[in-house]
Design a protein around this ligand. Structure first.
Ligand SMILES: Cc1cc2nc3c(=O)[nH]c(=O)nc-3n(C[C@H](O)[C@H](O)[C@H](O)COP(=O)(O)O)c2cc1C
Length: 355
């Protein structure tokens, strides 16, 4: 395959460039394409060569229509720079962010590491993003795309945990017009204390406020239903904690779950990965996360049944990986690390394999 044989070695070995610098370059290229309707269309034609749209894969989930079930996960396009080009690559939906109310630089670099032997990444980005106002202004001028755009919301680092609710509400207020759905990110390992928001009482307070605001907006706009709100969970929660999340989400009438975020565990890494790399602080994603993601989706689905549609995420690189998550109960899937390792054709290849 062209990407793996030719382009990936070039990108991965580029002298003097860390993984994040390469990411920024690729994103800048996709952003440049996104600014031109003609280039975006050309990318779409080139990337769909030999891949007919499969209408049988389209589905309606939490009131939105998805042309296919394979989305791009949060974190790749944190500032919504390249949504049209990413949609042109065949993703069935794009989740931008995580966006916080306040702009913030994130953790010091280096903060993104490749583990090629495991097709994995470790990152401790720390929600580097331009802030909700800037991202909202950008989305307001971006050409519309034919796939749902989700907006992932997080807590600003400078905001104390006790004030998390007003911080999330502030970001929601600014980004509300531009998201087809909203994801509450309470599961990143890279913002101190954030994951405590998954605890029953804190989660309940946060979701009550966000759901309240979404239904107020729906009433004001005369919408028949509020825009969907999803909760993204960590793979490091035990079964009792996962059950708590499901119960709170059901009580609050949340639309769905995203499972999973990156893990702080380092299980199952091979000896090919040096210990120094394995011990980098941050969240692990990619192939080593695959089995845990499957187990979490299965557990959540057992508890919630069809009342809470799940977006399965973690370690997807092939159609088979995606199918296993769908069979475990996911209604949709999304990926990030597979895009880095398998290249820009990954969405279309998986969609073709699922057809
Ligand atoms: C560099 C990087 C940055 C990420 N940033 C975010 C983020 O801002 N918000 C979020 O919800 N998830 C973020 N994630 C997690 C992914 O969305 C996804 O949940 C995780 O990587 C597992 O999927 P994967 O194995 O397909 O990569 C990030 C992942 C990576 C590798």
């Amino acid at each position: 395959m062209l990407y793996r044989r030719a382009l990936r070695p070039l990108l991965f070995n580029a002298a003097g460039r860390d993984a994040e610098a390469i990411h920024e370059r690729v994103l800048a290229g996709l952003a440049a394409i996104s600014r031109h309707a003609g280039l975006t269309r050309a990318l779409e034609i080139a990337s769909s060569f030999g891949h007919a749209d499969d209408a049988a894969l389209a589905r309606e989930v939490f009131g939105l229509r998805f042309p296919n079930p394979v989305g791009l996960a949060a974190g790749f396009d944190k500032n919504a720079l390249a949504v049209p080009a990413l949609a042109a690559l065949g993703f069935g939906f794009i989740e931008i962010g995580t966006v916080t109310y306040h702009a913030q630089p994130g953790n010091p670099r280096p903060r993104l590491f490749r583990l090629p032997a495991e097709a994995a990444l470790i990152n401790r980005m720390g929600f580097n993003n331009a802030g909700a106002a800037v991202v909202a202004a950008r989305l307001a001028t971006q050409r519309p795309v034919r796939v749902p755009v989700g907006v992932s919301l997080g807590k600003s680092k400078i905001t104390p945990l006790e004030d998390a609710v007003s911080d999330y509400l502030g970001a929601l207020e600014l980004l509300y017009p531009h998201g087809d759905y909203f994801a509450v990110n309470v599961s990143s390992p890279n913002t101190p204390g954030l994951r405590a928001l998954q605890e029953r009482d804190r989660l309940d307070a946060l979701l009550a406020a966000l759901m309240g605001r979404l239904s107020e907006r729906a009433t004001a706009e005369g919408r028949p239903a509020a825009k969907p709100l999803l909760v993204k969970v960590a793979p490091d929660l035990d079964d009792a904690a996962l059950d708590d999340v499901v119960d709170v989400c059901l009580t609050r009438g949340v639309s769905g779950l995203i499972a999973v975020n990156t893990t702080i565990a380092r299980d199952g890494l091979s000896a090919a990965t040096p210990v120094t790399l394995r011990d980098e602080l941050g969240g692990l994603s990619g192939r080593p996360l695959r089995e845990r993601a499957l187990a979490v989706v299965r557990r959540l689905h057992q508890r919630a049944g069809d009342r809470l549609p799940i977006i399965g995420c973690g370690g997807i690189a092939t159609a088979d990986d995606a199918r296993r998550l769908l069979d475990a109960g996911a209604a949709l899937v999304q990926l990030y690390s597979g895009f880095i390792y398998e290249g820009p054709g990954i969405a279309r290849r998986i969609v073709k394999g699922l057809g």
